[in-house]
Ligand binder design. Structure first.
Ligand code: MV4
Length: 446
């Protein structure tokens, strides 16, 4: 096992990794920008290194500075958290080139899944169901027309380098295809420096359901159940739950078996998530995330597993030591992402936190790096806390979430707590009756 790990991140996820390290008897090194000198992850780490000015490009994305920090402190491994360098294959390669361990999958697997076309063709070969679409890249407008005639309108053109919805255009008819093709390619080029696009049948009312995977270096692959992440606004997740209110244990088992077999043959290691759209009783793979995700706590709550601890053990070469039949799901978990934002306009609301009183009690978990007197800097993501509740049933998890949201006090900045209170009172949400479009209508998309 490692003696010391560098955490290449900030905020609540840096604390999350730090906590796993401390429980495992592993020393931690925090890195921080000059804007984060007073941040909680710096205070709680065993050591810290300042890696640059506030701008993420010059600090949390500064690969040489982070590698140097690991080398000078004698860290043996680097945990990237989520965002920043977590899905950067070149960074994972650089880490390995310096005889350090990247706590995540191999650079090859990161690179392959980063290209959405390669991800889809790979998963299709491994027997994972896809949305009907082009077999690979669309090579011309004529090619796009042919595929669209075959799979029928409406269709969606997506960027190969995409994700997060950028460079994505719907065409509802042949007349709309020309514009969709040109706009998708232009947007993809501007956003990613790569104009490769592909086509899928447009699903009009899907749910976004993703499956959590763990894989060790010895061929064991297990799934930790699904998360329903359909409640998003502008491609930002707002509330997630495990399991999905829409699928049965038998569907979970079947999807899990397909996915774990595929990743075993792929030779994948560490944590990963397969993203699916679910509509009319069918799952269709769209993308894979090769990192630990923001919403991993809901999977932890229903499985009892510490996913960060498992990531570290896997990276150190240990065996999982259990199989699928040893994983048991219990109850239901919900996560509310609380952002420093105006709950109506969603405008960022950085600034000084005056009061901070997180809720507690049975079945309540708060992952946050906030404290009273802390100033939320304007340079980074607006996530300030994840409030997670667990109950024996979904109803119990909802009741605890409502109660916990009422207790939660954050003053000095605006937060999205009132938005979550509104969602938790809505009869359609309570019935589990929602798709990826539900929140845009509920909270306003623009
Ligand atoms: C889709 C889709 C409908 N049909 N693909 C948006 C981001 C990207 N990761 C996948 N996205 C979508 N792909 C087909 N074939 C609708 C979306 C989509 C979406 C997906 C998940 C969660 C929220 C969403 C909001 C709008 C569109």
């Amino acid at each position: 096992m490692f003696n010391k790990i560098l955490i290449a991140n900030r905020g609540e996820i840096a604390l999350r990794v730090l906590r796993a390290c401390r429980e495992m008897g592993i020393a931690s090194v925090a890195v921080h920008s000059t804007a984060d000198a007073e941040a909680m992850h710096v205070r709680l780490a065993d050591e810290s290194v300042c890696i640059g000015p506030p701008s993420a490009r010059d600090s949390y994305l500064n690969m040489p500075a982070i590698i140097s920090a690991a080398l000078v402190t004698g860290a043996e491994a680097i945990h990237p958290g989520y965002g920043f360098l977590s899905e950067n294959a070149a960074f994972a390669e650089m880490v390995e080139a310096h005889k350090l361990v990247f706590i995540g999958p191999s650079p090859l697997h990161i690179r392959m899944m980063g290209d959405k076309i390669t991800a889809k063709t790979t998963m299709a070969e491994l027997g994972v169901p896809l949305v009907p679409g082009s077999p690979g890249e669309l090579v011309s407008l004529e090619d796009a027309r042919d595929v669209a005639e075959r799979i029928k309108y409406p269709v969606l053109i997506k960027a190969a380098a995409g994700g997060g919805g950028r460079g994505m255009k719907v065409a509802r008819s042949r007349e709309e295809l020309d514009a969709a093709w040109r706009e998708a390619r232009a947007e993809a080029l501007a956003a990613f420096g790569n104009n490769a696009v592909y086509m899928e049948k447009y699903l009009d009312k899907p749910r976004h359901i993703e499956l959590q995977i763990l894989a060790d270096n010895h061929g064991e692959v297990v799934h930790i159940g699904e998360r329903d992440c359909s409640l998003q606004r502008r491609h930002q997740k707002v509330l997630e739950e495990a399991g999905s209110p829409a699928i049965s244990p038998a569907q979970r088992d079947a999807l899990g078996q397909t996915a774990t077999q595929a990743l075993k043959r792929f030779g994948y290691r560490n944590a990963g998530t397969l993203e699916f759209l679910y509509q009319d009783g069918q799952f269709a793979f769209i993308e894979m995330n090769t990192r630990l995700q923001v919403e991993h706590p809901v999977s932890e709550m229903i499985s009892g597993l510490d996913l960060v601890r498992e990531q570290i053990r896997i990276a150190a070469g240990e065996r999982l030591g259990y199989g699928q039949s040893d994983i048991h799901f219990s109850g239901h978990a919900i996560e509310c992402r609380i952002n420093a934002e105006d709950p109506d306009s969603f405008a960022p609301s950085p600034g000084k936190v005056v009061m901070f009183h997180p809720p507690g009690g049975l079945g309540v978990r708060v992952d946050s790096a906030l404290y009273a007197g802390y100033s939320v800097p304007p340079y980074y993501d607006s996530l300030i806390a994840k409030l997670i509740t667990h109950g024996r049933t979904r109803g119990e998890a909802i009741a605890r979430m409502r109660r916990a949201l009422t207790e939660f006090v954050v003053t000095g900045i605006k937060t999205t707590i009132p938005l979550h209170q509104k969602i938790l009172e809505n009869p359609e949400f309570v019935a589990g009756d929602y798709t990826i479009h539900w929140l845009e209508r509920f909270a306003g998309g623009k």
